[in-house]
Design a protein around this ligand. Sequence first.
Ligand code: CO
Length: 291
Amino acid sequence: MKPSTRPVARIVTPEPVIEGAGVHLRRSVGTRGLDHLDPFLLLDHFESVRPADYEAGFPYHPHRGIETVTLVRKGQIRHGDSLGHRGTIGAGDIQWMTSGSGIMHEEMPQVRPEGIGGLQLWLNLPAREKMTRPKYRDLSLDHVPTTTTDGGAQVRVIAGTASDGRLVGPVEGLAVAPTFIDVVLPAGTTFREAVPRGHTAFAYVDEGAVLFGGDARVVRAPALVVFGDGDLVEASAAEGGGRFLLAAARPLHEPIARYGPFVMNTRAEIEQTLEDLRAGRFIREEPSDNI
Ligand code: CO
């Protein structure tokens, strides 16, 4: 059978949201209009050159039951967590954090002339892994090389594989088998990538304009493109070129109980989480240098 191109099922305009201690964001997944795209629970786009929009940051807060993936496009974010990690991530760096049973962390954008820019995505954990050991991966710029494809696209494979398995991302072995590919399309270039049939797939265009699907629908930043099922994602650059994050993963089809930064399967598990916080049992892992 001839491989089919995934159609554009829906184009979502992100909603303005104020999160953390007062950070102005654009949210496209995790809203009233689009609660989740199983297994993706949240997609936030932060971008501003006005310190008042971002300097308050995300002071120390907990997570349980999810993974958070942060891509920094510009500027710097200082971070620290209950596992003992401390540092700063900058343009091109990616932070992949598995909260598992519980982590506390802070993410503080630094005031700089170029401002701040980036994306944060929440990926659900399957029920059997929600109370797993927390884990942190710091994928600095040089861990995720840029490759130019035959079509002229500049791609960085963060998770999964691309180009018939020739490109392999640093994040592998997760239950939902995510594919995360950061794609820059200079004017006149095209991109074509196989995505497993049945996996949820979307593209988030955060710069310029890109044409998607067999009928080449033009999508201008900022916008989320949700794909219908099929074998391939096809894109080409509009006039000035564009950039998008392609994300795909196997849906979990499990019940979702969410309360702020906690995402479990049942209300009772959320109540247990709040009780663990009250009782000082939320953090189970001691800081260590050997993680
Ligand atoms: Co957080």
